[in-house]
Design a protein around this ligand. Structure first.
Ligand SMILES: [Zn+2]
Length: 62
C-alpha cells in the first residue's frame, strides 16, 4: 500500500536538504495499519519533499 502525503506535517515548506525526514509520518502510517490489521507491518518512506522529490510517499508492506 502506498500513501501519498501532499502536505506532510514534518517537511511541508522545507527546502531540499537531501534527506528523507518524515519518520513521524511513517510511524503514524505503520501504527494505523497495525491497529487496523492487528499485526506487524513494515513501513518506510519512498519519497520526501525534503529530499527534492516534490511530495512525500510512505510505503506500507503487510
Ligand atoms: Zn515528508
Amino acid at each position: 500500500m502506498i500513501l501519498g502525503l501532499d502536505e506532510c506535517i514534518t517537511c511541508a515548506g522545507m527546502p531540499n536538504i537531501g534527506k528523507r525526514i518524515c519518520h513521524f509520518e511513517v510511524g503514524l502510517a505503520a501504527g494505523f495499519a497495525e491497529s487496523f490489521l492487528s499485526r506487524r507491518v513494515k513501513a518506510y518512506e519512498t519519497k520526501c519533499n525534503a529530499n527534492g522529490e516534490g511530495t512525500c510517499e510512505v510505503k506500507v508492506e503487510f
